[in-house]
Design a protein around this ligand. Structure first.
Ligand code: NAP
Length: 243
């Protein structure tokens, strides 16, 4: 049994990960930004099934929010064993020549600054160099990091490219301190993150000819969190139906 913080654990891939982690016996801190009802529903489902979970409302794109999240997690969980860096946002379909600074910075703060700040807190708590017992970090990237998001959101794709680099660099940095760092690159997954009509529009370009389910990504994340992947670090696994 492990104690795990899941950012963006209230909806979509994060919620599926929280449910599966709890079913596997882990204690789960569900981070979220603003949707109290969704977070409460995930926690109620887990605790109703006999699992252990609690929610913390905190904006992970800010230092203050990340400190709130990890302080609350520490008070409830005690020791930390894992972090799933999952909270992320997209933005409406646009070409690069239509972007503006506010949109770009919002994406980068949420999708890059947030995961870096959360990774920092996790390393401070889990690294044997700081007296911790080791642990695991799983970063949620996107197939967009490989594809580039042309005509849709190159800024989002670039933010996920940064997440892949975070995985590679941090894994090498803390490999001697008991921490494994890996990532997943989901492809087209059926969650509320998409603009209306996007799933239907993009499905034909997926070799498996269907969108993935959040639960299918959660399975990969749980494998990377588990000892079954004990010799895996610095890797990013595509969960994308061949896309
Ligand atoms: P989602 O259904 O829109 O859920 C996003 C979650 O992140 C929510 O729990 C949300 O909380 C939280 N969140 C967003 N901004 C936050 C912030 N600043 N601070 C704290 N929490 C924040 O998204 P999803 O589809 O599950 O995506 C999860 C991750 O997978 C993201 O990193 C996304 O880029 C990545 N991904 C998704 C797909 C896909 O097709 N769905 C594909 C590739 C990668 P609130 O609801 O409270 O705002």
């Amino acid at each position: 049994m492990a104690a795990i913080v899941i950012t963006g654990g209230s909806r979509g891939i994060g919620a599926a990960t929280a449910r599966l982690a709890a079913r596997r016996g882990h204690r789960v801190c569900v981070g979220y930004r603003s949707d109290d009802d969704a977070a409460a529903a995930v926690v109620a489902e887990i605790t109703g099934a006999g699992g252990e979970a609690f929610a913390v409302r905190a904006d992970t794109s800010t230092t203050a929010g990340v400190e709130t999240l990890f302080t609350a997690a520490g008070e409830r969980l005690g020791r930390l064993d894992g972090l799933v860096n999952n909270a992320g946002v997209v933005a409406p379909k646009a070409r690069v020549d239509q972007l503006d600074e506010d949109r770009i910075n919002h994406l980068l703060r949420t999708n890059v600054t947030g995961p870096l700040l959360c990774a920092r807190q996790a390393v401070l708590r889990m690294s044997t160099a700081y007296g911790g017992s080791g642990g695991v970090i799983v970063n949620v990237s996107s197939a967009a990091a490989r594809i580039g998001g042309p005509g849709e959101y190159v800024d989002y794709a670039a933010s996920k490219g940064a997440v892949d680099t975070l995985t590679a660099g941090l894994a090498a940095e803390v490999v001697g301190e008991g921490i494994r760092v890996n990532g997943v690159r989901p492809g087209l997954i059926d969650t509320d993150i998409h603009e209306p009509g996007r799933l239907e529009r993009v499905v034909p370009s997926v070799p498996m000819k269907r969108a993935g389910r959040a639960e299918e990504v959660a399975e990969a994340i749980l494998w990377l969190l588990s000892d079954a992947s004990s010799y895996v670090t610095g890797a990013t696994l595509d969960v994308s139906g061949g896309r």
